[in-house]
Write a protein that binds this ligand. Structure first.
Ligand SMILES: *Cc1c(COP(=O)(O)O)cnc(C)c1O
Length: 496
């Protein structure tokens, strides 16, 4: 098998093994690690039909993580994808109203981030062992609501690691906040930031880039890494579930051998949809990649005009995990679309930093023809959640609702009837109030738990354990800080 090495999108670092790239998270030049090439499937897809999720994961991930031995990678997969998930399928595919919903929310924190974040700690600790790292690995993460909880659930009490999560105070749902501030584990810390997600993400990236601060940490035998989707170890496990969805469609006789499918992904940081794009490059028969945004529709404009412009109001919506104006992983698509031109990437990223805006040349736009951008505002999302429920009885969360609404518009506008997989990224229970007010109308007279009970009744599904846990959990984290005090806060939390 061909060895895959990783390099920064900005050209400053080259030739890292997968395990080194995972340990590092972000490159020292501020770029993101990319594989030297996207590996092609070296097997016939048809041979995977009927295989387990774990077997599929091994077949796909081994292509990217070539310095992990078979034994190491299989151990990581077995440790991650076990009874923590409430179904042995890991990611069931549900057909409703003419589309296929890939339910990625059956893990511990009932959002799709579990798919990658339950395996990242295994990949990371294995990487540390392989590279003789004895420092404590401190994970520093900005979250728009779901990453933080899923990352803490993955890293809690993992020896040799610690984790600090920054979330935008008031910018996540009440339930997401409760999930985070009640997190157990001696090595976990949560900070409510007086700012939005972009402030949190920018602050974290700056800490990664601060050489003096990192040198000071090194003196205390600590090194930083990232659990955000800027870490390639987050991206690779996500490639798997698109392959899995395809295999399920084959297994159920919904598509013929080699038949192309579309995917539609509710997008924030552009990680999930990029994984689908990677899957396409590996050889998965995917036609269009529909990038669905909420009211924060920077990406829709980008795909329609070639101009990325974050200079606009930041909207807080009912799909908070997509309330993002700077989608980090887009840098990886720019890099691919420019033919791995690191100089071009540096120019665009500098423009983004200095002016909040850039325009890509036509040749790069041409390289992105597989993508379609679409957006749905909150009212459209609520209407779509209700409509789908009335037509099929199937209840989806607000993020999945964005994708579903965008897909319906796409289908009407284009007449494209290609079978489409919609990434269902969170359980409706995670956003019960918004989901129930979409279905039922005004629920302001009910408290949170009454809304959850009502949802369980309407959807005909039991309340997930992740929700039940929150009822009685005690608040353990109360730290808050301003965006310009993040580094200080990290130092304080680490006791240095
Ligand atoms: C994080 C998240 C998204 C956005 O995914 P990206 O990979 O950041 O594009 C969408 N929906 C939910 C529920 C999420 O938690």
């Amino acid at each position: 098998m061909k060895e895959i090495l990783y390099s920064s999108t900005r050209g400053g670092e080259r030739g890292l093994t997968a395990s080194q790239a995972i340990l590092r998270g972000l490159a020292a030049d501020g770029g993101l690690f990319m594989p030297g090439e996207i590996p092609a499937f070296d097997f016939d897809l048809e041979t995977l039909i009927g295989k387990s999720y774990q077997e599929t994961a091994y077949a796909v991930m081994r292509l990217f993580l070539t310095d992990y031995t078979e034994e190491e990678l299989k151990a990581c997969i077995a440790g991650a994808y076990d009874a923590k998930f409430d179904t042995p399928e890991m990611a069931p595919l549900v057909k409703a109203d003419g589309a296929y919903y890939l339910e990625l929310f059956h893990g511990k924190t009932i959002a799709f981030k579990d798919m990658a974040l339950s395996i990242l700690p295994y990949l990371m600790t294995t990487a540390a062992r392989k590279n003789g790292v004895t420092n404590k690995i401190e994970i520093l993460t900005a979250t728009s609501g779901d990453t933080g909880k899923a990352a803490m659930a993955g890293f809690a009490d993992v020896p040799g690691t610690g984790i600090i999560v920054f979330f935008p105070k008031g910018g996540v749902s009440r339930f997401q906040e409760l999930q985070m501030v009640t997190q157990k584990g001696e090595n976990t810390a949560v900070v409510a930031l007086h700012g939005n997600f972009d402030d949190a993400q920018t602050g974290v990236k700056e800490i990664f880039g601060d050489k003096a601060f990192n040198a000071m940490l090194a003196e205390h035998q600590i090194q930083l890494s990232s659990a955000n989707s800027i870490n390639i170890g987050r991206l690779v496990p996500q490639v798997v579930y698109y392959v899995w969805a395809y295999l399920k469609l084959r297994e159920n006789g919904e598509i013929a051998e080699g038949e192309k499918i579309n995917v539609c992904v509710p997008t924030g940081n552009f990680g999930n949809i990029l994984a689908a794009y990677f899957a396409k490059h590996c050889g998965l028969p995917v036609d269009k990649l529909i990038c669905a945004s909420n009211d924060n529709n920077v990406l829709t404009d980008f795909f329609n005009t070639g101009v990325y412009d974050k200079n606009r109001d930041f909207m807080i919506t009912t799909s908070p995990s997509m309330d993002i104006l700077v989608s980090s992983n887009l840098e990886r698509l720019l890099y691919l679309a420019s033919g791995c031109d690191t100089a071009e990437d540096r120019v665009l990223m500098r423009l983004l930093k200095e002016t909040g805006k850039y325009r890509i040349p036509q040749k790069m736009r041409d390289a992105m023809v597989d993508f379609r951008g679409g957006c749905a505002v909150q009212e459209e999302v609520a209407a779509r959640i209700r409509d789908l429920y009335e037509k099929s009885g199937y209840v989806i969360d607000t993020h999945t609702g964005v994708a579903s609404a965008v897909y319906e518009k796409y289908r009407k506008e284009t007449g494209d009837e290609t079978k489409t997989v919609i990434a269902s990224t969170a359980s409706p229970f995670k956003f019960s109030r918004a989901v129930m007010s979409a279905i039922q109308g005004d629920v302001s007279g009910l408290d949170d738990w009454e809304v959850i009970d009502l949802l369980s009744e309407k959807a005909g599904i039991p309340i997930p354990p992740a929700v039940e846990e929150i009822r009685t959990a005690e608040v353990r984290h109360r730290t808050e800080c301003d965006p310009d005090k993040m580094e200080e806060t990290v130092a304080k939390l680490l006791g240095i």
